[in-house]
Ligand binder design. Structure first.
Ligand code: NDP
Length: 434
């Protein structure tokens, strides 16, 4: 805390991960001797930069850009870019640190990174978004490369932004390099299933977890927070597996539809028209819109899939969910549950799938996109989807085994942290003191 003052989200994630590594250090003194914790917690590089751009009124605006190149022990830095007004060094470092272990869990050769800017895309014209992303990439392009660092999307960075970023990189470098970004459009090097991968992957992971307890999505009532990329495809897959998804949200409020959400409407409103989720009730008047996104956790459900943002479920919301008969939680977003909320879930024997395992499907398919780009191939939707399912099942098995092996059977928070950490720590030791 002394070295990184005021970085609360970063402290939160480091504490969660380090706490669960206690049994690993008891068994492996070499990690202590090699100062692995001190090394792993320090980013290899943290870049911050000025992003000047001109708005539609001709006024010059300035934002702050970030890229943390956290750890390259097992592959090139890999992780998304977030455009949101709350972005700062703490947010980027918490996401980048978490990303190291998540990427290791996928079994793919990718290191950990993350980036973004304190830019608010809401209410901006397409031309403003383009000018901002071009300025952002003009600086970022010095630091990335297909074998060095490969960014992707995150909050506020979807297909439109990736397209503009890709175009600007190409223009600066004077040629087409497909492997520079993932989440690209299908017409210029993107992978089928990447758009769906995080949401689908979260549901595939939950499916494995539920199966072990004789439960399933079929006939379950599900609540999904957010209505962005991760949420939409979590809703889609859960519904395909027979669940009734009754609610979703945005940062201003939530909608409740007791018939089950009409996903076509949600997709059009959010992906095409870029409207607020409140517009849903204009087309489905029997549904209810409630202001304040936290209230979504008061809706009784069997499975909760938080897919919006960090710390969106606090202790009070967790208790409410449990009191209403909750059976399982799958974290689609990064660190959506506070530490106190996680304790409530674990103390009440709720099945809990932590983000770094449950939402790893997005980055896993990004690694498959890199593989297709290098080989100049495109796999079919079914091929990529089958690989995604295999990867999520493997992550689940590895987490279960690590939790058991280190004396915490059934605790996937501990299992995911240990399985991800060991792979990276062993690679760091093999590569010497660097
Ligand atoms: P999007 O920008 O597509 O969607 C984000 C959604 O969350 C929007 O509905 C947004 O509402 C809502 N939201 C954002 N901030 C808040 C807030 N403070 N309170 C309540 N709701 C909020 O982002 P993604 O779907 O890509 O990302 C969602 C989460 O999933 C993030 O935690 C991200 O890090 C994580 N993730 C994403 C991956 C990916 O492949 N995209 C991969 C792995 C993790 P509004 O429109 O009002 O802002």
């Amino acid at each position: 805390k002394k070295r990184n003052p005021n970085e609360t989200e970063f402290h939160q994630v480091v504490k969660e991960i380090f706490d669960s590594l206690v049994p690993v250090f008891a068994r492996h003194p070499e990690y202590m001797e090699q100062s692995i914790l001190e090394r792993i917690v320090e980013p290899e590089r943290l870049i911050t930069f000025r992003v000047p751009w001109v708005d539609d009124w001709g006024k010059v605006q300035v934002n702050r850009g970030f890229r943390v190149q956290y750890n390259s022990a097992i592959g090139p830095y890999k992780g998304g870019l977030r455009f949101h007004p709350t972005v700062n060094a703490s947010i980027i470092k918490f996401l980048g640190f978490e990303q190291i272990f998540k990427n290791a869990l996928t079994g793919q050769p990718i290191g950990g990174g993350k980036g973004g800017a304190d830019f608010d895309p809401k209410g901006k014209s397409d031309a403003e978004i383009m000018r901002f992303t071009q300025s952002f990439m003009t600086e970022l392009s010095r630091h990335i490369g297909p074998d060095i660092d490969v960014p992707a999307g995150d909050i506020g960075v979807g297909a439109r932004e990736i397209g503009f970023l890709f175009g600007q990189y190409k223009r600066i470098r004077g040629g087409y390099e497909a492997g520079i970004l993932t989440g690209k459009g299908l017409g210029y090097g993107g992978s089928l299933t990447r758009t769906e991968a995080t949401g689908y992957g979260t549901v595939y992971f939950m499916q494995e977890m539920l199966k072990e307890k004789g439960l399933s999505f079929k006939g379950s009532t599900v609540v999904v927070s957010g209505s962005g990329n991760v949420s939409i495809y979590a809703i889609e897959k859960a519904a395909q597996l027979g669940a009734k998804v009754v609610a979703c949200s945005d940062s201003e409020g939530y909608i409740f539809d007791s018939n089950g959400l009409n996903l076509e409407t949600v997709k059009r409103l959010k992906e095409v028209e870029r409207k607020r989720i409140s517009a849903y009730v204009e087309e489905h008047p029997h549904a209810k819109y409630v202001q304040g996104s936290d209230g979504i956790w008061s809706i009784p459900c069997d499975i909760a899939l938080p897919c919006a943002t960090q710390n969106e479920i606090n202790k009070k919301s967790a208790k409410m969910l449990v009191a209403n008969g909750l059976k399982a939680v799958g974290e689609g977003a990064n660190m959506p549950s506070t530490s106190e909320a996680i304790d409530v879930f674990l103390d009440n024997q709720i099945l809990f799938a932590p983000a770094k395992a449950a939402n790893a499907g997005g980055v896993a398919v990004s690694a498959l996109e890199m593989a297709q780009n290098s080989a100049r191939l495109s796999w079919t939707f079914e091929e990529v989807d089958a690989k995604l399912q295999d990867i999520m099942t493997n992550i689940y098995r590895n987490c279960v085994e690590a939790a058991e092996d280190y004396g915490h059977p059934g605790n996937l928070v501990v299992g995911a942290n240990i399985a991800g950490f060991k792979k990276v720590a062993d690679a760091m030791i093999a590569q010497g003191v660097i």
